[in-house]
Design a protein around this ligand. Sequence first.
Ligand SMILES: Nc1ncnc2c1ncn2[C@@H]1O[C@H](COP(=O)(O)OS(=O)(=O)O)[C@@H](OP(=O)(O)O)[C@H]1O
Ligand SMILES: Nc1ncnc2c1ncn2[C@@H]1O[C@H](COP(=O)(O)OP(=O)(O)O)[C@@H](O)[C@H]1O
Length: 406
Amino acid sequence: MIEWTPDARELADLELLLSGAYAPLTGFLTAAEVESVAGRGRLPGGAPWPDPVTIALPDEIGPGDRVTLKDPEGAAVAVLTVTERDGHHAAGPVEALDAPVYGPFSRLRRTPEEVRKDLPDGGEVLAVTMRGPLDSAALDDVAATAEELDAAVLLMPLVFGEAGPAVVRAALKAAERLPGAMVVAVPLAPREDAEIDLELREHVARNYGATEHYAGPAPVTIPGPPHRRGLVVFFTGLSGSGKSTIARGLRDALLERGGRTVTYLDGDVVRRLLSAGLTFSREDRDLNIRRIGFVAAEVARHGGLAICAPIAPYAATRDEVRAMVAEVGGDFLLVHVATPLEECERRDRKGLYAKARAGLIPEFTGVSDPYEEPEDADLVLDTTGMTVERAVGSVLNLVTSGGWIR
Ligand SMILES: Nc1ncnc2c1ncn2[C@@H]1O[C@H](COP(=O)(O)OS(=O)(=O)O)[C@@H](OP(=O)(O)O)[C@H]1O
Ligand SMILES: Nc1ncnc2c1ncn2[C@@H]1O[C@H](COP(=O)(O)OP(=O)(O)O)[C@@H](O)[C@H]1O
């Protein structure tokens, strides 16, 4: 059986396909359906549908394959029978396995069928889709409309990503002001095109039994000041380039100043604990970096400052870490310690280069294994002939000038 864990957005779509919230869709769209939806806002059969709902799968999965789709916690959520492949995308119907329970507020994530049962038969239903809180003017508006229409009120917080829990709290709060209102959390990821987003919200609301739809105002997100935001300072460079030395200096300088919590994830320490047992194959290096990225992003999620100092030789994996941090609202600084190989080898602090040259260590970065130079570094430091103080000072300067410390 082929297994695959879709990304967060695809899983959100999957949940809506399975629950019936995306009716008449019963699976991920084919190329012809995508073209029809994009061209005329309708499925080939003529039913209006605003958005191409697609999933990307690994290339080796093809038509006829049955793929078990799993949530990030490893629970099998659905089976996708692939009927067609179009580039990265695969199309086909999905069948539910266990009801998805990952993510917060699963008790509020009810299906349209369950919700419709609880709504008054044949009466008006005013659905309010929310991506942020309703201010008191909006609340008055909803209350007045509901009264005018003699409608039941269905508050639908659209939960996707970091903002999800806050939107649910906002809906529960709004429900206190709207007696009898029901709250149903719907994992509908926002669409970039505002018109498509609105149409999709309408479709979902109707499937939940709405006769009227009120789109709550778009949330105003004001990111906190940099000194309160999570920050990941990620050093990359060859062995012996100076990553650990500078990272330790930075940690000490930050701790001396105070005001921020600091987590230091040294490459060697991570290899002994978090990544114990991993080799230096590309696969294991990538896994090592993803683990570091995962921990660093968790630190950033809570507004902390994480310093990482692995070799991280592959650009695509460094990009993944950048994205993981951005996803939780943190900032990411890439410091390339660009000390040339000759200098690292001259230092050969641990005697590893000599061993690598003698063929005793295979796949040694810079000698017999690749290092992809970053093109997106926020700071590049060649430490040849540079004092440690100056190197640390440059990084500290970067962090201070961006306002991450005061
Ligand atoms: N084959 C090979 N290639 C590179 N490095 C090797 C290898 N074998 C062992 N070592 C030692 O492991 C340290 C690098 O580990 P990292 O976790 O930072 O590497 S990676 O990011 O996963 O590529 C690195 O430590 P640093 O010198 O601190 O960079 C080396 O001491
Ligand atoms: N400006 C500098 N910045 C950092 N390290 C330096 C500098 N100048 C000399 N070095 C020396 O280079 C070596 C770098 O080793 P290390 O920090 O363990 O590198 P890495 O973590 O990249 O493998 C240390 O012995 C350090 O004292």
